[in-house]
Structure formats: structure tokens, C-alpha cells
Design a protein around this ligand. Sequence first.
Ligand code: 5GP
Ligand code: ZN
Length: 119
Amino acid sequence: MSDCLFCRMVAGEIPADVVHETDRVFAFRDINPQAPTHVLVIPKEHHRNIGALGAADPGLLAEIVSAAHQVATQEGLVDGDTTEPGYRLVTNTGPEAGQSVDHVHLHVLGGRRMAWPPG
Ligand code: 5GP
Ligand code: ZN
């Protein structure tokens, strides 16, 4: 989609601080980080939210979740098979949840203690 910010980042038309990339997955640092580590993991193909992605291509949904864990490991948020210190995965769907970019993305957040429940 030519008018989609994240599609344009995948295409290299807008710069991105890329931390992980495969033929189908793209991960880059959030421009407005909410934690010491804040990376966005997306499928290169455009899907508007996680439900649409899961319906269209469950394998690709699994790939972005797996990539998110790989990014968390690479960023030092989980050490090998342990879950320490830990990270949070967030995906917002729709305006009330705060979705501002309509290209599905997982937020990988870590490096500080996080409150639960979120606000
Ligand atoms: P949402 O609000 O849709 O869950 O998350 C969208 C995220 O995209 C926000 O955390 C926002 O900071 C990030 N973002 C918006 N524009 C850009 C950009 O141009 N570059 C990067 N790296 N992140 C962006
Ligand atoms: Zn897109």
C-alpha cells in the first residue's frame, strides 16, 4: 500500500533503524520509545491488524511472534531459555486501543519494570 507508513519503511522510502529482517518480517526501533527497548515487528506484507493477519496467513502471524522473541533475546530482554528479565508484547487494534498505524505491528517493550494492568 503506497500510502501506508510501514509499507513505505519496508520499501526503503522512509528510513528505519532496522534490528531484524527476513524475507517476510521487518523489525525496527519505535521513533517514540515507551521503554529503554521499544521495537516494532511487522510482516512486510500489508495487513491492517492482527485479526486480519491471523485470518489471512496464520503462518505469518507465527513468524512475527517468533521474530519478536528473537528480537527480545538479541536485545538482552530474555537470556537463552530463561524468561528473565522479561519483555512485553503489545498489539493495538482499533482507535480505542490506540492503534495509530493501520499495518499490524507487535510492540516489543522491555528494559524497565512494567505496570499491570496497563492504563
Ligand atoms: P500504535 O499506536 O499504532 O500501536 O503504534 C504505532 C507506533 O508507530 C507508535 O509507537 C509510534 O511511535 C510509531 N511510529 C509512528 N511513526 C513512526 C515512524 O515514522 N518511524 C518509527 N520508527 N516509528 C513510528
Ligand atoms: Zn502497510
